[in-house]
Design a protein around this ligand. Sequence first.
Ligand SMILES: [Fe+2]
Length: 380
Amino acid sequence: MESSKTNGKSIKAGTELVRIPIDMLYEGLSLSQDIYDINGDVVLLYRDSTLDKEQLDKLKNYGKSANTDSVSVSVKIYRGLMERYLSCKISDPEELEAKSGYADMVVEMRSMADYVRLNEEIPHDIVGRLSEMIIKILGNMSYGDILDLVNIPADAEAYFSRHSVNAALLSGLIGKWMGLSEGDVNFLSLVGLLHDCGKLVLPDSIIKTSRSLTYVEFEVVKMHSIYGYELLSEYSDGVKYGVRDHHERLDAGGYPDGIAGGSVSLAARVVSIADLYAAIVANRPWRAALSPFHALSHLEAFADIKFDSDIVEIFKNNILEQLQGRPVQLSDGTLGVVEEMNSKDLEYPYVRIGGLEGNIVKTYGEFFCEGIYFGPIVSE
Ligand SMILES: [Fe+2]
């Protein structure tokens, strides 16, 4: 992830400064940070209250004399400029994770994982704290912000903790969207949180490998459903079987028991959808995160075959509603805003590029919609 392209301009990724076209700067821009030359070495303009005409001309003259059309600005200024350019809110992932308590949840989940690995039993105090945190997020945050938390493409290394938290949040959201009681929503979140706990007692050599698994190794991984069920012996049947059956499928092609959909609990059917979506939008050692549009398209393709079509429908419609107006990045690096869904192919929504007066681009057959845009650090 060395660099990325934004509207055809290279930007530095993973650093504090971002290279932007001088044309993006405007009179009246609030300057909370300095503006640097193209390489980020020399301060061209020291921080001030607002950018005036004289200063803007100075920057343009710099561009002419240095034969460049770019300067470097802080991530904070960059985000503000992109928000203006795209006319929509761009979330700051770090801020969102810290403010919401999500970052604390990931830390708690990691300590739970360490405890289970060491003791082969569930630490009830940590699970209790995590449940409280999930209830707080589900109760206090907007659906859009919760989905942003899930859609942030984080480091593949933190996968287990983040995936468990994401599955808990999504399972809770599905419960809310289904109109279930608060108690049922919290129960679904708990099953989502614990669904993969059986993986914590599998050998590291299998769980932490980045290569594809052998047939035998995959058979071992499939045991995590049963191990999870056993670890949760002190929990209710609802939780135990929700965890045991989260890889069962409608067509009886799942595991560990290969039971048909009608016999699988609602919790397992909900968590199976949350699990799959969360896994698709996450970075994995063998592939980069895929877009929410790809995840929804995949779920829709297997609705009524592997997944409960009623739940998929509720999940899809609510997520699509939240994706409307979100900043996205297309496969050529262009940034845009989701204008409208493409009912013929969810993976390729209609995207508006070039600000409010911009063209609406049908991405189908032209550009692939890479994913939600959170800021300058993006994959190429
Ligand atoms: Fe699983």
